[in-house]
Design a protein around this ligand. Structure first.
Ligand code: CUA
Length: 333
């Protein structure tokens, strides 16, 4: 018995220490008005549930202890039907459901409302397995990493290029499906600076788990600076540099079938992410790999080994050609 208790205590301690932060995808730390509304709803329902739990468990414990079987005690009387009790325990849950339903409906309608006029529009297109973000008003096209200004309303207009995906950045609140041929929307106003982690929340195939995203909430000036860089054409590599060789390989290789680079006329593919400013992104491959020389090299050499089912095929190129491509892509800040 003592050994069992010790073992249980040890397991509990291990489980408790496993709960250390940070929790980048917690739903309990809202960072937008939408997130705050959902969080308030959750918290109020949680406290209703606590009250119900305390009453039900309290009564149960009371009855178990007070009316437990006693040696030589009288036989309990049999009870068949009690109109007042039955009406009571039908009405009470119905009433509790009303208390939960009213604020829930209110929140649903409030969070489904379109963003106010003048909101920043971002088109979100789900692909197997990466995110395309297009800013139609400012002409930016990027992938996996969304930049938005602090305190400004944002309107996401979402659809899918293939199967159903689901946009989920818990800090911003909400989780909504992306379906081909339909536009679904999320509106939010971010209220704190920094990075918000997210991912696809609808099973969408082999690399569903590798379909992550990042949202960068920036000051207005930082956002403008980012957008101004993104709308420019791609950097032109200096003559004779490895990057120039990389550009040549890119423009005359298989890459152009799937990727666009503004300023490289041959590169107009739209199957894969737009790479005009790929060097300015922090992550690769559906925001699953850090955008470093080493990972970029491994990614170009054999993408499917890093992301099962990846549409980007393995490129069995000589090392020096891969190195030139990496140098070129990294120069595209
Ligand atoms: Cu896209 Cu799961």
């Amino acid at each position: 018995m003592r050994r069992h208790s010790l073992l249980l205590l040890l397991l509990a301690a291990i489980a408790a220490t496993a709960c250390g932060g940070p929790f980048p995808q917690t739903t309990l730390a809202p960072r937008s008005d939408l997130g705050a509304q959902v969080d308030t709803l959750f918290t109020s329902i949680f406290w209703w549930a606590v009250v119900v739990f305390a009453i039900v468990e309290g009564l149960l414990l009371f009855v178990i202890i007070r009316y437990r079987r006693r040696e030589g005690g009288p036989k309990p009387s049999a009870l068949h039907g009690h109109t007042a009790l039955e009406i009571g325990w039908t009405l009470a849950p119905a009433l509790i459901l009303v208390f939960i339903a009213v604020p829930t409906m209110r929140t649903i309608f409030a969070t489904a409302a379109p963003a106010p006029a003048g909101a920043l529009r971002v088109e979100v297109i789900g692909h197997q397995w990466w995110w395309e973000f297009r800013y139609p008003e400012i002409g930016v096209v990027t992938a996996n990493e969304m930049h938005v200004p602090l305190g400004k309303p944002v309107q996401l207009e979402m659809t899918s290029a293939d199967v159903i995906h689901s946009f989920w950045a818990p800090g911003l609140g909400g989780k909504r499906d992306l379906t081909a041929g339909r536009i679904t929307r999320i509106a939010f106003t971010p209220d704190s600076l920094g990075e918000v982690a997210g991912q696809c929340a609808e099973f969408c195939g082999a690399s569903h788990a590798n379909m992550r995203l990042r949202v960068f909430v920036e000051s207005d000036s930082a956002f403008r600076a980012w957008a101004a860089r993104q709308v420019t054409g791609a950097a032109v590599p200096s003559r004779g540099s490895p990057a120039e060789r990389g550009q040549d390989l890119f423009a005359h290789g298989a890459c152009i079938a799937c990727h666009t680079i503004t300023g490289v006329p041959q590169a107009r593919g739209t199957v894969g992410p737009n790479l005009t400013h790929v060097g300015s992104r922090t992550m690769l491959a559906g925001a699953t790999l850090p955008n470093t020389e080493e990972w970029l090299r491994r990614w170009i050499s054999n993408a499917p080994s890093l992301k099962p089912g990846s549409l980007m095929p393995a490129m069995p190129l000589p090392d020096d050609q891969i190195a030139a491509l990496v140098a070129y892509l990294q120069s595209l800040k």
